[in-house]
Design a protein around this ligand. Structure first.
Ligand SMILES: *Cc1c(COP(=O)(O)O)cnc(C)c1O
Length: 370
């Protein structure tokens, strides 16, 4: 759709934008300006010339991509840390006894949920999304919007309703969906959401994550990491912690401005993107890849019909096959034991890329298994 805006080497088919998005070309220039002018010339003055508020300002830019009105998203920390904040916030003061975690979750979410359960004195229960068995003991459910291994897209509306019907809250992890499909956090009444910005949002390696806390929950949201950036009056340097009344309370310490401003620049490419159209494009790319893989390789596609922007293929020797694909210029990744993953960033993956990737996969697989 706008491949010309991205720095992707000639001859490379890049299908790993779900792990590390490609850099928009103008980000390098912007960072020169940030480093030379804002950090260099303006020095400490830059903190009051836009740096301090950057987490909220950029949070609002992401909010537009995930159906969140202004003042409800803040950027900072990693997804892991934001999962911690959201879950601790959700279980604060509860008399319910369990946290339920999607059993196929990306590992860090499960690990963090375990820590929260231990710290807050709750039990953790891993459950399949088709049989969550929520009860009046369930405090919160943690769900990945898109399954990182299979690419399955989980039903945010139905699962949020299911949690709410049981009187539980829900935390959605949008790592693999933010920026590729329309998301309606406000409209669906989601309690908390988190996500990273270095995947489909192209923020750059380790760019800061985001957390969504809706307006009506902010006053009751207690950030377990009461850092000075979340204080009502950070520069009053008061001895005791008084949280900001709004989303700022989800902040912790001094933001990583360089990474954050690279993300800010990267978000420019979304300014006039229609997410519904982008979603159609993503569906077309993944449908085409599925069809070509099935026809040319005989390998099994494990991604279900209701999917994000990823196609996963079961393949013996997945590591060796992916190494060889990469050597031939088709970059995806693999997950143990036997899954090849291909992500289709609809902003820069072309129709030709899809066909080329399937053809090279067919060559590699017949070469290696022969
Ligand atoms: C990529 C990903 C993460 C990454 O967490 P970090 O703290 O940024 O390392 C977390 N959860 C999901 C679902 C992911 O896909």
């Amino acid at each position: 759709m706008r491949r010309e805006l991205f720095d992707i080497p000639e001859g490379v088919v890049y299908l790993d934008g779900n792990s590390l998005g490609a850099p928009p070309k103008h980000v390098a220039e912007r960072m020169q300006e940030v480093i030379r002018h804002q950090w260099g010339t303006r020095l400490i003055r830059s903190w009051s010339e836009g740096w301090w508020e950057a987490p909220q300002r950029i949070g609002d830019r992401i909010g537009r991509l995930i159906g969140a009105a202004e003042g409800q998203v803040v950027v900072g920390d990693s997804t892991s840390v934001n999962v911690f904040k959201a879950l601790m916030g959700a279980v604060k003061g509860t008399d319910r006894t369990e946290i339920v975690c999607d059993e196929s979750t990306f590992p860090t979410d499960g690990y963090i949920a375990q820590s929260v359960a231990t710290l807050a004195g709750l039990k953790i229960r891993a459950a399949h999304l088709s049989s969550l068995d929520l009860t009046d003991e369930t405090a919160v459910v943690l769900i990945n919007h898109v399954d990182y291994r299979t690419g399955a897209l989980n039903d945010m509306k139905a699962l949020t309703e299911q949690a709410h019907d049981a009187g539980a809250q829900v935390v959605w992890d949008l790592c693999h969906s933010a920026g590729v499909l329309p998301i309606e956090l406000d409209a669906l009444g989601v309690d908390y959401a988190v996500g990273c910005t270095y995947k489909f949002l192209n923020g750059g390696p380790g760019s800061p994550a985001f957390i969504y806390v809706p307006k009506h929950k902010q006053a009751g949201f207690e950030n377990p990491l009461s850092g000075w950036n979340g204080h009502r009056e950070p520069f009053a340097m008061e001895p005791s912690y008084e949280p900001d009344p709004g989303i700022v309370r989800a902040r912790v310490g001094t933001p990583d401005i360089l990474s954050m401003l690279a993300l800010d620049a990267a978000l420019d490419v979304w300014d006039d993107v229609d997410l519904a159209e982008l979603r159609q494009r993503g569906l077309a790319l993944t449908a085409s890849f599925r069809e070509h893989v099935e026809k040319l390789t005989g390998l099994e596609v494990i991604t279900p019909e209701v999917r994000g922007n990823q196609i996963s293929v079961r393949c013996p020797d997945a590591k060796a096959v992916m190494d060889e694909l990469i050597a031939r210029g088709v970059i995806g990744d693999h997950r143990p034991p036997d899954v090849l993953r291909f992500g289709f960033a609809p902003l820069y993956v072309t129709d030709d890329d899809v066909i080329r990737a399937a053809e090279v996969l067919a060559e590699v697989v017949s070469g290696i298994t022969r």
